[in-house]
Design a protein. Structure first.
Length: 130
């Protein structure tokens, strides 16, 4: 999974199609977009429909759908159908560990961020940084 800039569509494609991008590079690329990070952060609180995400994040339906497709391509997000609705959720709890590590690394370099739910405004202690 990576962004296909060759066609100019900005859509995500599988790693095999992405002409040699390693799985690690594709994973980090998928998380390099602020909108996708916001979606991941919201889905860490529980499943949501596209309509829920558009309302809560203030984004257009097409934007949310495009980013969910990218996250699905790299198996970070899945969905279940219930009638005509799709409920999206995170597939890998390890993703929260990765985001926690990123928060710690950024704090150690002087950039406090909240990538996971419940971490807003909570500066890390010296023990958490080390």
């Amino acid at each position: 999974m990576a962004i296909d800039n060759v066609t100019g569509g900005g859509r995500c494609v599988s790693a095999g199609i992405a002409a040699g991008i390693s799985p690690a590079a594709a994973l980090f690329h998928s998380l390099a977009d602020e909108t996708r990070l916001r979606i991941v952060r919201r889905l860490a609180c529980g499943e949501a429909r596209v309509v829920d995400l558009t309302a809560e994040l203030g984004l257009a339906q097409s934007t949310v759908s495009k980013h969910l497709a990218c996250l699905r391509d790299c198996d970070l997000v899945t969905y279940r159908a219930e009638g005509r609705q799709s409920f999206y959720s995170l597939t890998r709890p390890e993703l929260m560990d990765l985001l926690s590590s990123a928060e710690h690394l950024l704090a150690a370099t002087g950039h406090t961020v909240a990538l996971r739910p419940g971490t807003e405004g909570a500066p890390l202690t010296e023990e958490q940084v080390s």
